[in-house]
Ligand binder design. Structure first.
Ligand SMILES: Cc1cc2nc3c(=O)[nH]c(=O)nc-3n(C[C@H](O)[C@H](O)[C@H](O)COP(=O)(O)OP(=O)(O)OC[C@H]3O[C@@H](n4cnc5c(N)ncnc54)[C@H](O)[C@@H]3O)c2cc1C
Ligand code: FES
Length: 263
């Protein structure tokens, strides 16, 4: 059940000029949270910005009650969020989303992420590895300057493949091409993905063609975050053309089976 908490910011780290990692004390949210869940943050107590901002849970420590999230500065809300300082309280609702990553049935999984979509995949990789799964991780970034969390993912993966589009660091090309090559070689049983839409579409196509179970975390624009405004609708795959049916990403997702959604 989601809870509203005023969580103390206990650590603030700037990973890149526009990417920040916040650690907050939020045991009430962590309790019952699963990989793939997200939180909604009220940026200020002023009227503007009025809407909460959705951010994925990056890492949780059930023993200490520390929850971490990482965000890129995009617009007004995320810019204002960077002004929070250690000791400040942050108004957070979570955990949100009923669609989370489910890996229990599989022993050998592939995790693929691109850009800022890699953040929710860390908790997934960590939990799966702790549960004894073989975790093959594929991360793609635009160039060396955009690479984040390499060491962190190395620690929670059985093996990590890192690509940059321009070849300025590690393997040149798209992570999905490396994943495609490895699918049969490594006998991968399921794919878990989060990243930019073109990457998610390509992963979905590949998984459907190869008939491999696949779960996608979608990052639709959100307003209410509670399933009432239809701001985050995504079409269901089997809905009739003349009467389309939709899921709410904030409520039914953000993680969906690839065969269930039209993206
Ligand atoms: C489930 C989910 C998880 C996310 N996790 C992360 C994360 O871990 N790290 C991260 O950096 N970003 C994440 N995002 C994207 C993040 O929510 C947006 O970048 C942020 O809301 C932008 O707010 P802003 O005020 O800075 O930008 P503005 O463009 O000024 O925002 C205006 C409005 O649009 C909404 N909005 C804008 N872009 C997005 C977007 N991409 N997704 C959803 N709503 C958006 C905002 O919530 C706000 O209501 C996630 C989005 C979703 C839906
Ligand atoms: S954001 Fe309002 S229904 Fe999902």
């Amino acid at each position: 059940m989601p809870k509203q908490v005023f969580a103390e910011l206990i650590n603030k780290e700037q990973l890149k000029p526009d990417i920040f990692k916040f650690s907050v004390k939020a045991p009430e949210i962590i309790e019952g949270a699963k990989p793939g869940n997200f939180i909604e943050i009220r940026i200020t107590d002023q009227v503007e910005p009025f809407l909460r901002r959705p951010i994925s849970i990056y890492n949780m420590d059930k023993d200490t009650g520390v929850l971490e999230f990482i965000f890129q500065v995009k617009g007004k809300g995320t810019k204002l969020l960077t002004r929070k300082e250690v000791g400040d309280k942050i108004d957070i609702i979570g955990p949100l989303g009923s669609g989370t990553f489910k890996y229990d049935k599989f022993n050998n999984i592939a995790i693929i992420g691109g850009g800022i979509g890699v953040f929710p995949l860390y908790e997934l990789a960590k939990c799966a590895k702790n549960d004894g799964k073989n975790v093959n991780t594929y991360l793609g970034f635009r160039s060396k300057d955009f690479v984040v969390l390499e060491k962190e993912f190395e620690d929670v993966s059985s093996n990590l493949t890192l690509t940059t589009d321009d070849g300025s660091y590690k393997i040149k090309g798209f992570a999905i091409n490396l994943l495609e090559e490895d699918l049969s070689k490594k006998n991968i049983e399921a794919i878990f993905a989060c990243g930019p839409l073109p990457m998610l579409k390509a992963v979905q196509k590949l998984a459907l063609e190869k008939d491999i179970p696949c779960q996608l975390s979608l990052e639709e624009k959100m307003a209410c975050g509670l399933g009432v405004c239809l701001g985050c609708a995504v079409k269901t795959a089997k809905s009739p053309k003349d009467a389309p049916e939709y899921w709410h990403v904030c409520k039914g997702g953000p993680v969906f089976n690839a065969k269930d959604v039209e993206i």
